[in-house]
Design a protein around this ligand. Sequence first.
Ligand SMILES: Nc1ncnc2c1ncn2[C@@H]1O[C@H](COP(=O)(O)OP(=O)(O)OP(=O)(O)O)[C@@H](O)[C@H]1O
Length: 492
Amino acid sequence: MKMRSMTMVEMWASLGSTMASFMFVWAIIQRYCPPELRRYLEKSTNRLTTFFNPYIQISIHEFTGSNLKPHKAYGRVEAYLSVNSSKSAKKLKAEMVKGSSKLVLSIDDHEKVTDEFRGVKVWWVSGKVGSSARPMSMYHPEPEKRYYRLTFHKKHRETVTESYLEHVMQIGKEIRGRSRRRKLYTNSQKHSMWSHIVFKHPATFDTLAMESEKKQDVIEDLLAFTQSKDMYARIGKAWKRGYLLYGPPGTGKSTMIAAMANLLDYDVYDLELTSVRDNTELKRLLIETTSKSIIVIEDIDCSLDLTGQRKKQEKSPEDESIKGKTETPHKEKKEESGSKVTLSGLLNFIDGLWSACGGEKIIVFTTNYVEKLDPALTRRGRMDKHVELSYCSFEGFKVLAKNYLELEAHPMFQSIHRLIEETKITPADVAENLMRKSPREEAEKCLSNLIRALQEAKEAAAKKKGEEESDDIEQANEDAQRKDKQESDKPI
Ligand SMILES: Nc1ncnc2c1ncn2[C@@H]1O[C@H](COP(=O)(O)OP(=O)(O)OP(=O)(O)O)[C@@H](O)[C@H]1O
């Protein structure tokens, strides 16, 4: 027994001295060897260890090369590990994501976690390079480059590369989708590029004042669109759908776009056409939009003189550039935009080759004056669905009364029902009257405000109609007198 323990001690002592000698030799090599020989030795040692090492490693980097955008795969691994392995990790990082009050946990740098998939054990470790390395310059230190490294036994190569990684990507994508904050993009004139803020709008189809049948039709159309990827591929059509929302100001066109984005969980790109310099810039902005998004051009009739352009285009080549016209008798006059976007550029934007890039996109145009639009723009195929938003009906009022006053029925509803059917009032005006001016204001007060507004609107309409009728009579009299005079002036 004594003999055996002596042997162990000796063995450890000899191993220790071998290690020490090896380290010494390695230090000498590092210091005195020419770089070429050192690199050769490093390579050979690496090859040797790899040959004997039964484990395989896969690294997933946040950035590679000169890429400025982080790799999707890195984000998905991060999301996957934050949920699946953060419970077993001993060192975690907690970060507050901008715009959210929730702390997001992820495994800390150089922390190792274990995961299991179909009985296969794998290890993940997070790391970073760059920050501690020599800075590129005092003013431009080399940015930190983070990565995740996956280690597994070589006998599981097939399971890991063919199934496990796909599983991680899939789950990571779902987790990111759930925690994703949607964005509202707009194109700024200065840099002609998209800038964004977090998109938060409370509007839903439930809070939208609109006939329920019409509403249901739009909801079904939108949902059918999102589930029709295969159908679009089969018929060889780009996976996009055009909506034209039209109706008087204050009838809920913008509100409906917000409800659409909330229903589908899409980002919104609010395209200010008058800020787009020309067709090339329009194309570039389109290419930069991501999938699962709604691209909106509001008040299309005010953004460009589309009818004027069409006439000119009939005479001149297609690509003739015409200055964006901002004049409109109905809307506020906008500043001279200097935009050279043409109708053909806009049509290309909707259904040219580039419009198919990215997939799953909805394009929405809004206008107060549908009759002013060029038919080329609104024809089916380009604008697949035309939705009219109109004056408030009694059904619409009931939605607003529920939203604003939490009322589903009230004796005063009867008068409102009668008046609203006889009057043209926008949902925006109804909403304005139903809004409590202070938290203590009684619902009855708001309902009487609305009744008064409806009566005033009815009287104003009757007065206008009376004036128009007397104008018509006056005009008819004048016409008759002129005709009589012409008759009497005729030579007999
Ligand atoms: N159909 C509606 N349902 C619910 N709220 C509405 C509706 N229409 C208007 N509103 C209310 O009126 C406000 C203005 O409406 P919105 O901006 O959606 O109208 P619009 O038709 O887009 O007007 P414009 O043509 O002037 O852009 C909204 O913020 C909302 O509070």
